[in-house]
Design a binder for this molecule. Structure first.
Ligand code: EPZ
Length: 428
């Protein structure tokens, strides 16, 4: 397993361009199954989760060629609707392939996705929504078998504004007879990016970004020769992560290709912690204070509330913020695994169920720690950047799922950080 080796104490400075969003690219890649013409996808991030999704699509007959952040996709020859078991288990979020497979082929078979490091991740809202569209679903031997040969529009109310369930239902409903309404839909910006992409494929979508999304049944015919192009939206979680790194090291950075409106809740908390934050057209500028101040309360909530995917990074920040900060994780049931690792670095907190109370310490100390999940691994890297001495973050592959070479991004901002692969020692 690879590790990141960080020597802390260097204030980050400089400019970084934020990559395309993992959580927008993944559903958009799934939706490529609905296209009869070639697709040019710009700013598609080079991440393990994206590569896994491309392997799943390739197994279904979707061709892809990559040149840097630009991807050429051709789903015209897609000819299978049984998802490869190993790959779809490795990529939990492949569950939202069901929608486009059903829309394209009238059938879909996928593995029952296991839970993951942050919770058991049920899919009941996905399956209930699809069955309301007329999909007949059987679960046997760990497989989900869907017969969607007779889809009809429906008025669907989600018990919880699930991002994946909203996306899955949107992508199936485009092939239904009659229109569909999704109420209590997720409002995340990634849903909006998917809707923009679906409209380019000839789908009728409205209301995305609000709690009520309308999907017209049936797709308009588009010219099979006309190349469809789309630029993936900027990754708001990567942006928030880099801003936390600058805040924790007392640095000064500018982010390009960053939408301040997408991270408004996080910017408010960074200002509360004493950071100076300015924003411009697709730019965010942050200067960290000499000493971070406590953040009274962070509660993770569906968008536009504070994003659960930034909870771990702010947990790390609050370990050093003068005073007492409180974090409540409302979205996932097991998303504090970075806590015990931060204790090894001198953090001080108590936890009761989904609430942690953090008492800020003046300085973290470098230690050997292990990433337990994607965002927790990023949080430990931030702690290492701010800590005194050397920190080794094991299981760096988990971080690669959601960040394009995090060590290179931070090195370019002045950090002393390098990667060591399990079997080879890379020179700094
Ligand atoms: C998406 O996951 C993101 N992943 C997650 O990012 C993100 O944390 C999450 O949305 C919340 O914003 C992708 O977009 C690929 P949900 P998703 O369905 O769709 C419960 C990262 O680090 N639920 O909104 O799986 C679920 O258990 C990842 O980039 C049901 O009960 O999230 C959870 O408690 C982590 N039944 C809550 O809803 C269901 O059928 C939120 O889940 C579905 C979900």
């Amino acid at each position: 397993m690879a590790s990141l080796i960080v020597t802390g104490g260097v204030p980050l400075s400089g400019t970084a361009r934020v990559s395309g969003a993992k959580n927008a690219a993944l559903p958009i890649l799934a939706a490529s199954l609905l296209a009869r013409s070639p697709i040019l996808l710009y700013d598609c991030p080079q991440l393990r989760d994206v590569e896994n999704m491309l392997s799943i699509l390739a197994a279904l007959g979707v061709k892809n060629e990559r040149s840097g952040g630009t991807l050429l996709l051709d789903a015209s020859c897609a000819d299978a609707y049984v998802m490869p078991q190993g790959l779809s288990k490795a990529l939990r979020s492949s569950i939202f392939m069901l929608g486009p497979l059903i829309a394209r082929f009238g059938n879909a078979v996928c593995t029952f996705p296991g839970g993951c490091e942050i919770g058991h991740r049920p899919i009941d809202l996905h399956l209930r929504g699809l069955s309301m569209l007329g999909v007949r679903i059987k679960e046997e031997h760990g497989l989900i078998l869907c017969d969607g040969s007779d889809l009809s529009g429906a008025d669907i109310h989600l018990d919880y504004p699930s991002v994946g369930a909203t996306e899955n239902i949107m992508m199936a409903a485009v092939a239904a007879k009659g229109d569909t309404v999704i109420r209590n839909a997720a409002r995340e910006p990634e849903i909006e990016d998917l809707a923009v992409f679906l409209r380019k494929l000839g789908c009728g979508i409205a209301g995305e970004g609000t709690s009520t999304v309308y999907i017209r049944g049936g797709m308009e015919k588009t010219d099979p020769r006309a190349v469809i192009s789309h630029r993936v939206m900027s990754d708001r979680i990567v942006a928030g992560t880099l801003l936390c790194a600058a805040a924790m090291t007392g640095g000064e950075i500018a982010l390009e290709n960053a939408r301040a409106t997408h991270v408004a809740s996080a910017l408010a908390k960074l200002r509360e912690a004493g950071c100076s934050v300015d924003t411009g057209e697709e730019r965010i500028y942050l200067r960290g204070p000499k000493r971070l101040r406590e953040i009274k309360l962070i509660e993770t909530l569906p968008y536009p509330g504070f994003p659960t995917d930034l909870q771990a990074q702010f947990f790390a920040l609050c370990t050093m913020a003068e005073g007492t900060s409180i974090i409540v994780e409302n979205v996932f049931e097991n998303r504090f695994k970075h806590g015990p690792e931060l204790l090894r670095m001198g953090a001080s907190y108590t936890q009761k169920d989904r609430t942690v109370i953090l008492r800020g310490v003046p300085r973290l100390m470098g230690a050997r720690v292990a990433a337990r999940d994607l965002r927790g691994g990023a949080a430990l890297t931030l702690a290492g950047l701010a800590a005194e001495g050397e920190t080794v973050i094991e299981n760096a592959e988990l971080i690669d799922r959601g960040y394009e070479s995090l060590e290179n991004t931070f090195s370019a901002l002045g950090a002393r950080i390098r990667r060591e692969n399990g079997d080879t020692k890379e020179e700094p």
